[in-house]
Design a protein around this ligand. Structure first.
Ligand SMILES: C[S@@+](CC[C@H](N)C(=O)[O-])C[C@H]1O[C@@H](n2cnc3c(N)ncnc32)[C@H](O)[C@@H]1O
Length: 219
């Protein structure tokens, strides 16, 4: 089994070879007049990770214009696997879900992630199974992010978590520093793999393989 670091390295290299043309971030978060049509480096990483890690069930918190969601789906379809895949993406505000028309494995939930109705909708879509990857990219502050992580890792027992913006501001830096103390070597700052993956904002990978290894109750 490759280490998280090896996997991340391989993921980024492979992601750079994938054709993700036309998948962009959409509207700039700060400047409404700016629009991005093509993939950033972290989209390539996400696609490569989806391809190389073998993750089948993915839960994303923070859809925005669905750029990251589509890259994850593209990565999965580039993998050799034949097993079915599923991506559920949550956002309190759905912007343009027509972008998912050609992606039958993606389901978008409109709802506040902190609302139990949203949590239960996602649980139902995965039939209460664990997910392979939880990707959190919704709100750049300790309290909100740790709430998303806490709630969704409890309910979905992911094998991996990817967290965006771990260096975006002091609050996020503090959160990442605390997660590193909690998860130890399982927490990997992806700048250590390649600072080109998510310059300035920072991307964190937490390897939870084996962490939740106890059988769920049947039925
Ligand atoms: C940075 S954007 C996501 C970007 C997207 N993952 C990408 O890389 O293309 C953050 C999104 O999180 C959503 N969001 C923030 N707080 C939320 C909450 N409590 N519940 C659901 N969505 C939330 C916002 O509406 C916004 O669309």
């Amino acid at each position: 089994m490759p280490t998280a670091r090896e996997l991340a390295q391989e993921a980024f290299e492979f992601g750079k070879t994938l054709d993700l043309k036309g998948i962009g971030y959409g509207r700039d978060t700060q400047d409404p007049d700016k629009w991005y049509d093509n993939p950033t480096a972290y989209y390539k990483f996400l696609a490569g990770f989806a391809a190389k890690s073998g993750v089948r069930d993915i839960l994303e918190i923070g859809t925005w214009y669905g750029g990251s969601t589509r890259c994850l789906a593209r990565g999965q379809s580039a993998a050799d696997a034949t097993a079915p895949t599923k991506i559920v993406t949550i956002d309190q505000e759905q912007r343009d879900t027509s972008v998912f028309r050609e992606y039958p494995t993606i389901t978008a939930i409109e709802g506040n992630s902190l609302d139990p109705r949203t949590m239960r909708a996602a649980l139902g879509l995965f039939d209460y199974r664990p997910v392979d990857l939880l990707y959190v990219d919704a709100f750049i502050a300790y309290a909100a992010s740790i709430a998303f992580i806490g709630i969704y890792s409890t309910l979905f027992r992911p094998s991996f978590m990817i967290l965006d913006d771990i260096k975006y501001n002091e609050s996020m830096t503090e959160m990442w520093s605390d997660l590193c103390r909690v998860y130890g070597e399982r927490a990997l700052d992806l700048d250590e793999v390649d600072p080109a993956i998510r310059p300035k904002c920072g991307f964190g990978l937490i390897d939870l393989r084996g962490w939740y290894d106890s059988p769920g109750r049947a039925g």
